[in-house]
Design a binder for this molecule. Structure first.
Ligand code: SIN
Length: 293
């Protein structure tokens, strides 16, 4: 598979920082053209500085999304392989649409706060989500700045959690999601074997910027290693509540053809959902990161 791009020329694009705890909009950049090394360096730096980049009005093909994502690292294949875009295993379809009674994608992705693939040894560095069909109402995606969450954590909590590890499991909320919605298929034994729980640091250091961030989520973190169950539950709840305080959160209201790219080492995200009868479809790629430390 190879993406077809126009000839390489530097593009003059603007980076506008959002009036929010994270995020910047990039305008004037066309991702259907190959991005030059200089433009790529600017984008990469903006991603590190602002953690979420919003590329407006991108008319890109799945091949072009895969090729641009691949500039940042190896792409990950999601365990729910039934929701891959045919011919593009690196693209997961996020959608509430059913065709012939069958879901074409994962309709309840992101219904709990999380950082993508924190339940594998090398969680996602970043994720790209490209809007294909948007509902007239709802469907927003929220992002929480986990560096800010760490920076503003009360001192007594910081010293309590700084050196702890926590278990992350893909299966933590799976039964609950199956109970709530029709989107979650039963997993095969092979799929379950792919998602064995892992231990991750509760506070991680960003491998490129050196900034610390809280790294626990209500979706995937099941317990703090070495603590009694009630203490672990109580501490995790305090960390979850603090992380998603309104002053740490940006709410993305999608525009047609938006492509967004966030840093999972800095942010958690949540899909706000939309009425069932309104169609929503996005294509997601995830880029493998480092082992958190
Ligand atoms: C996700 O968690 O990757 C999906 C986010 C969304 O659908 O808004």
């Amino acid at each position: 598979m190879s993406a077809v791009f126009s000839p390489v020329t530097t593009q003059s694009f603007d980076i506008q920082v959002l009036d929010a705890p994270l995020g910047a909009t990039i305008s004037g950049l066309d991702l259907s053209q190959e991005v030059t090394p200089d433009d790529f360096r600017r984008i990469h730096q903006a991603h590190l500085d602002h953690h979420l980049l919003i590329f407006r009005d991108q008319r890109i093909t799945p091949d072009q999304q895969v090729a641009f994502s691949g500039r940042f690292g190896a792409l990950q294949i999601h365990v729910l392989n039934q929701f891959q875009l045919p011919g593009h295993p690196e693209i997961m379809i996020i959608s509430n649409i059913k065709e012939n009674g069958q879901p074409i994608g994962l309709g309840d992705a992101g219904h709990f706060w999380h950082s993508d693939l924190s339940y594998v040894e090398k969680p996602s560095l970043g994720s790209m989500l490209h809007a294909q069909e948007l509902p007239a109402e709802g469907g927003d995606t929220l992002f929480a700045n986990m560096h800010l969450a760490w920076d503003t954590l009360p001192t007594y909590l910081r010293s309590q959690v700084e050196d702890l590890q926590a278990e992350h499991s893909y299966l933590a909320q799976y039964a609950e999601l199956q109970r709530r919605s029709p989107w979650r298929p039963n997993l095969t034994a092979e799929q379950v074997a792919q998602v064995k729980p892992v231990l991750q640091p509760v506070v991680r250091t960003h491998p490129e910027t050196g900034r610390k961030a809280l790294f626990v989520s209500e979706h995937f973190t099941t317990r703090i290693d070495g603590l009694p169950e009630d203490e672990s539950r109580d501490l995790l709840q305090q960390l979850f509540d603090h992380s998603v305080k309104p002053e740490h959160v940006y709410r993305h209201q999608w525009q047609p053809h938006d492509m967004i790219f966030w840093d999972n080492r800095s942010l958690m995200h949540l899909a706000a959902g939309c009425p069932d009868h309104l169609r929503r479809k996005l294509y997601r790629t995830t880029i493998e990161g480092d082992v958190p430390f």
